[in-house]
Write a protein that binds this ligand. Sequence first.
Ligand SMILES: Nc1nc2c(ncn2[C@@H]2O[C@H](COP(=O)(O)OP(=O)(O)OP(=O)(O)O)[C@@H](O)[C@H]2O)c(=O)[nH]1
Ligand SMILES: [Mg+2]
Length: 378
Amino acid sequence: MPESNFIDYAKIYCRSGKGGAGSVHLHRAKYQPKGGPDGGDGGRGGSVFLRGNRNLWTLIHLRYNRHIIAGNGGNGAKDCSHGKAGEDKYIEVPLGTVAYDADTGEYLADVTEDGQTIELLKGGRGGLGNWQFRTATRQTPRFAQPGEPAVEKNIILELKLLADVGLVGFPNAGKSTLLSALSSARPKIANYPFTTMEPNLGIVEVRDGKSFVMADIPGIIEGASEGRGLGLRFLRHIERNSLLLFLIPIDADDINKEYNILLGELEKFNPQMLDKHRMVALTKCDTLDDEMIEFLRQDIHIDAPVVYISAVTGQGLTTLKDRLWEELNSESNLLRASHTEHLVHRHRETSSLAGLEESEDSVDLSEDEAAEDEDEIL
Ligand SMILES: Nc1nc2c(ncn2[C@@H]2O[C@H](COP(=O)(O)OP(=O)(O)OP(=O)(O)O)[C@@H](O)[C@H]2O)c(=O)[nH]1
Ligand SMILES: [Mg+2]
């Protein structure tokens, strides 16, 4: 399998700059042998920031630039001259990037807007020069403050795509076919499982210039939460979607069972996934005749709206788009979205879970998607 360019996970090492030391200096000049203290303050150390950039789509640029080190502050000097400030570092990230402390799993920040800047590590303050310590009774202080030390941190960055509707289904359910029928996205489609290896986004036009974003992610299978198939690694990309669309082929052996397996896997990933609005589209309706579908319909027990579609003939697609649009704009959905701002971030467990690690060159990386604690941050 060729290496993918879609990198949605990066572990980086960041260090802020230390503050410059204050200077100890006594002014000396011709005819002014006791000019008094004039040691200047040290400059502040550089800070490390995250900055949202809407032109980026993955974290691949961080794969080759894993050490982000801000500049140290300059030392103070004579004539009360202030040390220069250390260089700040800005880590450009795609919108939807979430930062965690890699050692403690603590949630740190979420970048959702272009240009949004978040300080990850603050540079050390510069020390005060002896000039600052002069008093009436202590006219020649022969000491100054050192600068504050640098701070370092390992940081995990995870990209969680910002889409409105997330597609959930077993491999081969027709997710990519639906996305390509509804949008101008052209994901690979084929009659074998796991055709889709990385998420695809498409913009679905509803009507009158209204549109929403749909995310197609790799198929989920029973046991995904234990790492089977592609595991649940990609589920984070539908964590933020306000609406989940489950796709189940109409010719599945047991539609109700498939639906429940999918629900179960989502729940194991993050129980809050079940609080999301969901709809079900039964796909490939062109493969059965109307009578058969009518017969099956009586046996379907699903606690969500069900739409019958075929991405091949176009059957039901307009209805589906309209229903999705309605659901996205329904009061309860909007209310909840504004409440939770897309997502409630959980702290991460730092223990390793097989199958969830970044594929290569990452022996030291561990991530646990199935973190159980649900500390709400927002
Ligand atoms: N007859 C018919 N076939 C369909 C329809 N939708 C998808 N298919 C076929 O089903 C197969 C799987 O479709 P994909 O869209 O690749 O399925 P997927 O859910 O994206 O699969 P993965 O990426 O493997 O998870 C392909 O051979 C499609 O041509 C449909 O509406 N009718
Ligand atoms: Mg696919």
